[in-house]
Design a protein around this ligand. Sequence first.
Ligand code: NAP
Ligand code: GCO
Length: 267
Amino acid sequence: MGFMDQFSLEGKIALVTGASYGIGFAIASAYAQAGATIVFNDIKQELVDKGLAAYEELGIKAHGYVCDVTNEAAVQEMVADIEKNIGKINILVNNAGIIKRIPMHEMSAEQFRQVIDVDLNAPFIVSKAVIPSMIENGGGKIINICSMMSELGRETVSAYAAAKGGLKMLTRNICSEYGRYNIQCNGIGPGYIETPQTAPLREPQADGSMHPFDAFIRAKTPANRWLKPEELQGPALFLASSASDAVNGHILYVDGGILAYIGKQPG
Ligand code: NAP
Ligand code: GCO
């Protein structure tokens, strides 16, 4: 086996949740290029179809499922179908996520719960569904998509920060409970990435001006720019491959240095 073979995903089956587009799509596409069979889900058939077409455009024959990751019965049914018709899942990326930017004192308990449900409860549900087969299979890789908000707070994202902080600890607990079965569970903590989720903070406003957050985050990022989904592909491949078999319970921040930086001096 050559040195670089440790980064190969040949023969592996990867489930990436919420991967019709955005970060999940970028990660799944990288895994396909490394040899993995790609399975993804989305809530709506039209988005699954759109995702299948987008993968096809890259020459990737992906498998798509309509499944709401917060629905445990639906997740268990999806995983059973994958295992029956495609094979046991070797790699799980808990990527599906939502955010609601609302001042906490104006946020309803239902809105708070919705964010926790997708961003924290769902990674538990999907991980629980795939772990038994990973144990039978002699091991596996679980990668949770965390956030700057796993470490930092900011106005209007209380539910999201609570969920992503919890997801950091869920990552460490899966590592602690299942490391003995050769299951490595790590997180990726992206910085600020150009996807539909951050479009409201990044794109020109109705009056043509830029959202003040755009200048703010550029000043907080040493590279002075937003990052691209493709910049997560290398770190995600590392954590999915045998190159990271001795890495467990780690959150790999891919943030252009935000967490290390006090921020650009004004003026
Ligand atoms: P995005 O563009 O909003 O995509 C999120 C994906 O998750 C969509 O495909 C969405 O499907 C899917 N999804 C949402 N709820 C779901 C559910 N209940 N069941 C199944 N799929 C569901 O987000 P993104 O920027 O690619 O982010 C992906 C992950 O990275 C999220 O966990 C996010 O918190 C995290 N993250 C993002 C950034 C960033 O700067 N963009 C930074 C750090 C972490 P629908 O379109 O059908 O809703
Ligand atoms: C926000 C952004 C962030 C990013 C990401 C940062 O409103 O602050 O949406 O939360 O999505 O999580 O790592």
